[in-house]
Design a protein around this ligand. Structure first.
Ligand SMILES: CC(C)(COP(=O)(O)OP(=O)(O)OC[C@H]1O[C@@H](n2cnc3c(N)ncnc32)[C@H](O)[C@@H]1OP(=O)(O)O)[C@@H](O)C(=O)NCCC(=O)NCCS
Length: 338
């Protein structure tokens, strides 16, 4: 039987080499990987610490060299940033878009440990995705660890949204799957509110519902992160708790009616809202209910003021939603459809 052919990436029309200025007055040249970069790539992978290996991956010398040597047969888009570090010219960053299976190509990114947090990540991803879009690519996907907040900030600013979660097989840890429409304009991000998921599989998707609801109502997309985006950011916690918290969602039938079905939307303080459930599905139900409430609220708000500024967030009273604990189930019982 024939194996299905991999989707073919369009020919990458890279803009001419681009030099970017980094913080602290340093500069780097962005350009595609070339056959002559074998030593460069080997040295780059050898420089990675455990942290980069955990969040990205690692290649031994042979495979790192191959990456450059095989570049002319490789349909992927591979971009490097070259610049000076510790008195030597070396690869400061490497990003790619590659097709491994059906679906949009996968994006990956890693900077040299000495080149992080200086704006290079943002410059590179912007260059790569803009070039890919101009070459005719319409979508890209990626995977990221939920605690990799720097990467999450970067990706969400570039338009990636959380679509799914899974446990990776080699580390046995949760990762988010994200996807971006490369033809859409980059989203307007607000740091006034952060959506912070707490829990196992499914909780990130519930958080994404909350994020989408806020964006639909206000035109501003809050970040999903594991901590507030800014010290003054208001936080919407989307949480799975109760006896099953932290376990994958395989629920024993005898628990289904009691534990699984209880969700809450609770104002913790003027700046903190909790959307929670005793399991991931219950938290997701609460998130759906939240989305409905925000939609109802914003429809009536739009009628009254019709504006689209981030200040409207102040006037959307989602932080004043009714409190609903099991002891006081009158205001917002979140129940599953049967
Ligand atoms: C993730 C990575 C590519 C980001 O690139 P970077 O150049 O370090 O990040 P940038 O300087 O462009 O900043 C990205 C975001 O993090 C913020 N940030 C970066 N360093 C920060 C710091 N020390 N303190 C606070 N915020 C910081 C930036 O402000 C920016 O957010 P914003 O756009 O919302 O303001 C890079 O750090 C990296 O390679 N990390 C190790 C490997 C890895 O995690 N790869 C990703 C696998 S999915």
């Amino acid at each position: 039987m024939d194996t299905p052919a991999l989707p073919v990436l369009p020919t990458w029309q890279v803009a001419a080499r681009r030099t970017v200025l980094l913080e602290e007055g340093r500069s780097a040249t962005l350009r595609p990987v070339a056959v002559g970069d074998a030593d460069f790539m080997a040295e780059f992978f050898a420089s990675l610490t455990e942290r980069e290996k955990h969040y990205f991956f690692w290649l031994d010398e042979e495979r790192a060299r191959r990456l450059a040597l095989d570049i002319e047969r490789d349909p992927s888009f591979r971009l490097i940033a070259v610049g000076e570090h510790d008195g030597c010219v070396r690869v400061l960053g490497y990003m790619f878009l590659e097709s491994k299976d059906e679906g949009p190509p996968t994006f990956g990114a890693c900077l040299h440990p000495g080149a992080q947090s200086r704006g290079l990540g943002r410059a590179m991803i912007d260059h790569l995705l803009t070039s890919a879009a101009e070459s005719g690519l319409d979508r890209a996907c990626l995977t990221v660890h939920p605690d990799n907040w720097r990467a999450l900030r970067l990706y969400q600013r570039m338009g990636f949204v959380l679509t799914d979660e899974f446990v990776n097989t080699h580390q046995r840890v949760k990762q988010y799957r994200m996807e971006a429409d490369l033809r859409s304009p980059r989203p307007a991000i607000t740091e006034e509110v952060t959506v912070v998921p707490h829990g196992h599989l499914g909780i990130g998707v519930a958080a994404a519902r909350v994020q989408r609801a806020i964006e639909l109502a206000t035109g501003w997309r809050p970040l999903i992160l594991d901590q507030p985006a800014h010290p003054t950011s208001r936080v919407i916690h989307v949480a799975e708790f109760g006896p099953l918290a932290g376990t994958p969602i395989a629920v024993r039938p005898e628990w289904q009616r009691s534990v699984v079905t209880v969700g809450w939307i609770v104002t913790l303080s003027p700046g903190h809202l909790l959307i929670g459930g005793s399991t991931g599905p219950a938290a997701d139900l609460a998130a759906r209910r939240f989305a409905e409430l925000v939609a109802e609220t914003s429809t009536s708000q739009q009628r009254s003021d019709g504006t689209g500024s981030p200040l409207r967030l102040e006037r959307i009273p989602f932080l004043d939603l009714h409190v609903c604990f099991p002891a006081d189930p009158v205001s917002l019982p979140v129940a599953p459809s049967r």
